[in-house]
Ligand binder design. Sequence first.
Ligand code: F6P
Length: 324
Amino acid sequence: MRKIAILTSGGDAPGMNAAIRGVVRCGNAANIEVYGVERGYEGLLRGTLRRMDSRSVSDIIQKGGTILKTARSSDFESEAGVRQSGDVLRAYGVEALVVLGGDGSFKGMRDMFNICGIPCVGIPATIDNDLAYTDYTLGFDTAVNTVVNAINNLRDTMTSHDRACIIEVMGRKCGDIALYSGVAGGAESIVVPEHKHLVEDITNKMKKNAIKGKVSDIIVLAEGVCSCEELKSQILEKMGKNSVVIRTVKLGYVQRGGSPSMRDRVFAARCADRAINLLDSNYNDCRVVGIQNGQMIDMEINEALNMKNVFDEELYKIANKLSF
Ligand code: F6P
């Protein structure tokens, strides 16, 4: 491959810019020209591509978001849309595509390969950490650290007022952000979609902790279970309206922005290098890169997307032991 394009798609994730920089510079080092597509698949349809050289990615490694911008495109979901995008790439003489995103973005990439025959490589970038084939996705570490900082701040004020706090975090149907931030933030309860949630488990713990003199409770709730307001009502119904003061905080998009952590920047560099190594050969495939047991890997897209996400039960058990 001598000419490739890169796009970011779906929700942005800290570390996307570091990965764009990595692809451009590793690409240039291998004498591969790189084009940046603006606004994900939407931009591909509209032909908004620009040539990127090493200087064009200066001073972005530390920035959150994505300089290429991102979008969720419904036009691309049709076969006609995919064909049109393939025509745009051919018109620019682009031979392959690198996609940064989550499972929805990877499905678009698979269509691009199946329908237009354009080889593709996917880099896992989503704060949700919900791609089964890789132990880790770009942006997850930064997002979790943002949540942990929020928990620290909330703990201060909740303890001062003897209040409980429910913190709702992102993750779609995956409880990883809640689990890891809950453990690192010392949460009393962690509520995730992977486990049936009984409100009694939370209220019994709150009562026991109160007897032992613990006056603030931090409950980290994954958005895939219910909203923080719903959980608050359930708890108050069980415990009685006047027995406890509960505040709710939905962290929302705060956890998706911010300067990427060291771990995300290094992972971005490794993914970019792996992607370019694949493309700098006789490559005619659609594969995703990732990490398994500390080793960088790449895998055929269907195999990767068919894998079922495994929740870290061991860490969940540890969290329960630590919360009394
Ligand atoms: O997939 C990343 C994510 O941030 C999820 O955690 C969240 O549910 C969703 O995107 C929000 O999407 P949008 O930006 O479309 O509101």
